[in-house]
Every structure is written in C-alpha cells, then in structure tokens.
Design a protein around this ligand. Structure first.
Ligand SMILES: Nc1ncnc2c1ncn2[C@@H]1O[C@H](COP(=O)(O)OP(=O)(O)OP(=O)(O)O)[C@@H](O)[C@H]1O
Ligand SMILES: [Mg+2]
Length: 242
C-alpha cells in the first residue's frame, strides 16, 4: 500500500501552537504512607506533524506519561496544553470529551471489541461523536481500506492475525481524524515482521503530516521516530540513547 492512500493532516509548521505542551509537569503518587514522584518537572513540546518516541526502562514513568498525555490522569503540578486546550481546567467529562476528539489511541494488546467485526470496531469511536450510523460505517470502511484491510471488513478480531488486529487498531485511531496519535508499545505483541510493518505504517502516517507519539522500552522501536526523548526516574531528557 502506498503512503498516498493514507489520510494526512496539514504538514508541520513552526507558526501553529504545538500539539503537546507540557510545562513543568510533575505527577506524584500518594500511597498514604509514601509519596512516589513518577514524573518530575517534565517539559515537552511536540509540534504538529512530529513523530516522537518516548523511551524508558521499567519504572521510569512511561505509563504515567501515557496517562497524562492521553488525558486519563492529571498532573499533580504543572500544565498540560493539548492542541491549544489547557487540560488542567477540565472536569472529568471535559477530559473524556477532549480524549475522544483529539487523541487516537493505539494499544499493545489492540483493545478491540471481541465478537465484533473490524468494520464495527473502527466505527465505534465515531458513535461518541454523534456521527450517523451510515456515515460511521462509510468512514470506517475507508479507514480499513487505506490500511489494506478492505477484504477483512467483516472479520472478527479472533479471525485476524496480530498484525491485522493492530492495523484495525490503527484504523480505529485514525477514523476520528485526531490531532494526536498516541501509541503505547504498539508492536509489543507482534513478531518482528508484523512489528516492522506497523512501524512502517506509522512512518507513512508521519510522512503525511500526522502527529505521532510512541511510547516504548525498546530502542529498535523508538528508532522509527524522527525524534527520541528519554525517561529516566521520571525525568525527561532529549537526545540519543545512553
Ligand atoms: N498507582 C501508583 N501508586 C504508587 N506508585 C506508583 C503508581 N503507579 C506507578 N507508580 C510508581 O511510579 C513510577 C513510574 O511507574 P510507571 O508505571 O509510570 O513506569 P513504567 O515506565 O510504565 O514501567 P513499566 O515499563 O514497568 O510499565 C514507579 O516507580 C512506580 O512504582
Ligand atoms: Mg508501564
């Protein structure tokens, strides 16, 4: 499949505000007995059209970062501005709204609805945006066709390979045209061939101007991105692997 068959957003520009702006963000878990500083004074800007990998070992704060970036959790201190929207000013309903409008999630374990066709899986996020049923199905079909799954529309997840399930997951992330694609170990359950294919899809999407943040512990996976930042003990460092 050629990159031109995938949908793109407008390309990167230095004049538009960043998609992600973390301003001195910290997240401290309070267990009652102790306080665990999982993220400490993190500053990060991700511009429209960037493909960024966040890499870090176990316990470095990746899941905490994913939850903050994905509007599933709030910073203890500092500010998060997503696509121009200050997230800290939102209540839970507001967070859920921003999440469904602005972010397409891709998960390690695909998180597809079982016993549900690929088409219905991809159409589901549009339901939360009030898109009529017929248009939902048309857009889901188009997204799956772009990802080379036009002949698997009515297959259920259990009838698809891991790589195909992850492509359904990526189609579902794209169908709402989000500002940001947030991928958490998207190749973690795939063999190396399917994993490379999925990373190639992200590269294609990046070439078309999509903004992608990929979180991983694997430096080979992170190498697919055009910029890498490192998490160590909750602190973010720009640049090459140590
Ligand atoms: N709910 C919690 N309560 C207390 N401490 C927590 C909680 N969640 C995470 N932590 C601590 O915060 C730090 C960062 O954890 P986090 O889960 O973000 O790491 P991670 O990089 O995702 O690790 P892994 O690669 O093992 O998934 C760790 O020291 C962890 O023990
Ligand atoms: Mg984790």
């Amino acid at each position: 499949m050629s990159a031109a068959t995938l949908l793109g957003r407008t390309s990167a520009s230095t004049e538009v505000p960043p998609i992600i702006h973390l301003d001195n963000v910290s997240r401290v878990y309070d267990t009652g007995r102790i306080q665990v500083p999982a993220l400490q004074n993190v500053n990060l800007r991700v511009e429209d059209g960037e493909f960024l990998a966040i890499i870090g070992p176990s316990g470095s704060g990746k899941s905490t970062m994913m939850n903050i970036l994905g509007c599933l959790d709030r910073p203890t201190s500092g500010r998060y501005i997503l696509d121009g929207q200050p997230v800290d000013e939102l209540d839970n309903d507001g967070l859920a709204y921003v999440r469904s409008r602005s972010i397409g999630f891709v998960f390690q374990s695909y998180n597809l609805l079982p016993r549900t066709s690929a088409l219905e899986n991809v159409a589901t996020p549009l339901m939360y945006q009030g898109v009529p049923h017929k248009e939902r199905l048309a857009r889901a079909r188009a997204a799956l066709e772009r990802l080379g799954l036009g002949d698997r529309l009515n297959h259920e997840p259990s009838e698809l390979s891991g790589g195909q399930q992850q492509r359904v997951g990526i189609a579902r992330a794209l169908v709402t045209e989000p500002a940001l694609i947030l991928a958490d170990e998207p190749t973690g359950n795939l063999d190396s061939h399917s994993g490379s294919e999925v990373l190639g899809l992200f590269s294609d999407l990046h070439a078309l101007g999509r903004t992608i943040v990929l979180i991983t512990h694997d430096s080979d996976v992170a190498a697919a991105a055009d910029r890498i930042v490192h998490l160590r003990d909750g602190e973010l460092q720009e640049g090459a692997a140590a």
